[in-house]
Write a protein that binds this ligand. Structure first.
Ligand SMILES: NC(=O)c1ccc[n+]([C@@H]2O[C@H](COP(=O)([O-])OP(=O)(O)OC[C@H]3O[C@@H](n4cnc5c(N)ncnc54)[C@H](OP(=O)(O)O)[C@@H]3O)[C@@H](O)[C@H]2O)c1
Length: 213
């Protein structure tokens, strides 16, 4: 199985390592391949770096991990053949950082970021996931205080099942399906709580647990 990762920041790099640890081949797509030299040197023989178009064409499954401001232009440049019928794990958060300080959410309940991504990639199976989790714990869920929950949203039940199974291999033993891609809004607002806590307490390894009773 091959994974194409669009976005070469800490999220793309960490999830890349996570998929490599599960035996996948991984290609990260970036405008600047040379900045992935360190990652490549520790990632091993199943890892590669290329352009965004090369990474998308390479993957049977895609990960979207771009800064929000670059997301639309990147996705709209992709040929349909590079994402048709593929699962796309959308980790992005639609953030506006233009005013400094804590970023603001650039999404509405009617048009969340996950729905925009699904609209940019109409023939893909977009699953919003991991957007409310620090990149550094995405592939290693258990914490000292327990195992947090992972919330996901998307239109395709089989795609959500496949993403849940991958997450479980990284220790996410409770994956909560919040509904179709419109529900990505709740994951994005949830990420804002996560971000607010991070700024307020200068802590970036926190995560949430849903206690049902
Ligand atoms: N950091 C976290 O812990 C965390 C946790 C949850 C969710 N997220 C979300 O995950 C996404 C990735 O976060 P990150 O921290 O890994 O990295 P980031 O710094 O937010 O974004 C890195 C990627 O965005 C691409 N990019 C930036 N501006 C662009 C533009 N104008 N046009 C095209 N591409 C552009 C870069 O492409 P090039 O490689 O071509 O330069 C780079 O690959 C974000 O949406 C973030 O909100 C982050």
């Amino acid at each position: 199985m091959k994974v194409g990762i669009i976005g070469s920041g800490v999220v793309g790099q960490q999830l890349g390592l996570g998929f490599l640890s599960l035996g996948y081949e991984v290609r990260i797509g970036t405008r600047n391949p040379e900045k992935l030299a360190d990652w490549l040197s520790k990632a091993g023989k199943n890892a590669s770096v290329g352009s965004v178009h090369e990474a998308a064409a390479f993957g049977d499954l895609l990960v979207l991990a771009t800064k929000w401001q670059g997301t639309e232009i990147v996705l709209q440049s992709l040929p349909v053949s590079s994402y048709r019928d593929k699962i796309v794990i959308d980790v992005t958060n639609p953030l506006d950082s233009s005013q400094g300080g804590v970023p603001r959410l650039d999404a509405t309940e009617d048009l969340p970021g996950g729905l925009k991504v699904q609209n940019y990639l109409p023939e893909a199976k977009v699953v919003k996931a991991f957007n409310h989790i620090s990149a550094y714990i995405m592939i290693q869920a258990p914490r000292e205080e327990g195992v947090p929950d992972l919330f996901i949203a998307g239109n395709d039940p089989e795609a959500k099942k496949a993403v849940s199974e991958i997450a479980e291999k990284w220790g996410w033993n409770s994956v909560v399906d919040m509904g179709d891609i419109h529900s990505s809004f709740w994951l994005e607002t949830f990420a804002m709580l996560w971000i607010q806590f991070g700024f307020r307490y200068n802590n970036w390894t926190h995560a949430f647990k849903l206690l049902r009773k």
